[in-house]
Ligand binder design. Structure first.
Ligand SMILES: [Zn+2]
Length: 265
């Protein structure tokens, strides 16, 4: 015998609808992704003053500065894919890069002096994406930096820690401190220990030494006093730790001059 199914009482139907919505809501936490571990967008060990202010556009952006920062390298704050390399000319962001980190997260790097990436390129921690500049609606060299989620400006976090809102704070980068954007070198002095200086030059104070034959990690390179040593005459200095520099002419790196993958200090 066939019997027509009894329709659900109205109240039961509503409850069923509410249950369906609740189930959908409950599913969301499982599908939401954690934010990437964003790092300060400058090479390992560098300290930059980040300023936030309510009148900024957008309000949660940070403007970064340090002394003589024009032309300093800007690095990816997390792994991702470059999805914008845009020059807006003399307005707004000027030259800017956007990185797509997946799960709705993007980061913006604006007022750049020049680009070091192209759209579609994959970047990792410490990848140099461009250089600090003064392009667009900017009145002095600085990096304008944003984190966004699904296109909306969000408060910046580094390693999960909320940036200072509002005001100025010094942030020291741990970006790629042990990553692939460091260089490897071997000290070669033909005997004597190599003096480690507090800065990139012989005029800086000696803060220690490294033995002939020792392996060193090179976090960044810069120019300083010209020195003649094992590998000829060079003004390149290697930063091998915080406040620790050695002349590159006593370090075998496999390269004449700068190591391509290592940032400038
Ligand atoms: Zn800004």
């Amino acid at each position: 015998m066939y019997r027509r199914p009894t329709p659900l009482p109205r109240s039961t139907a509503i409850l069923a609808a509410v249950a369906a919505v609740a189930a959908a809501v409950l599913l969301n936490p499982g599908t939401a992704q954690a934010a990437p571990a964003f790092k300060v967008p400058f090479p390992c060990g560098q300290s930059w003053v980040g300023q936030t202010r309510p009148a900024h556009s957008p309000p949660n952006a940070i403007d970064f500065n340090r002394a003589d920062d024009q032309g300093d390298p800007v690095v990816a704050s997390a792994p991702g894919t470059i999805d914008r390399v845009t020059d807006l000319g003399g307005t707004s962001y000027g030259k800017y890069v956007r990185i797509n980190h997946g799960s709705g997260y993007t980061t913006y790097y604006a007022h750049l002096n020049a680009f070091n990436v192209s759209v579609g390129q994959t970047v990792g921690y410490g990848s140099v994406i461009g250089w600090v500049g003064n392009t667009g609606g900017s009145t002095g060299p600085h990096l304008h930096y944003e984190q966004r989620l699904n296109g909306a400006d969000i408060q910046v976090r580094f390693n999960g820690a909320l940036a200072l809102y509002w005001g100025e704070k010094t942030y020291t980068s741990d970006n790629a401190c042990s990553g692939s954007n460091t260089g490897a070198g071997t000290v070669n002095t033909a005997g004597a220990p190599l003096t480690v200086r507090s800065g990139p030059g012989t005029g800086y104070s000696a803060v220690g030494s490294v033995a002939d034959g020792a392996s060193v990690t090179i976090y960044c390179q810069t120019t300083g006093t010209t020195v003649t040593g094992t590998y000829g005459t060079s003004n390149i200095w290697d930063r091998i730790g915080t406040g620790r520099y050695v002349s590159d002419t006593y370090v075998y790196t496999g390269y004449d001059g700068f190591i391509p993958s290592v940032p400038r200090c």
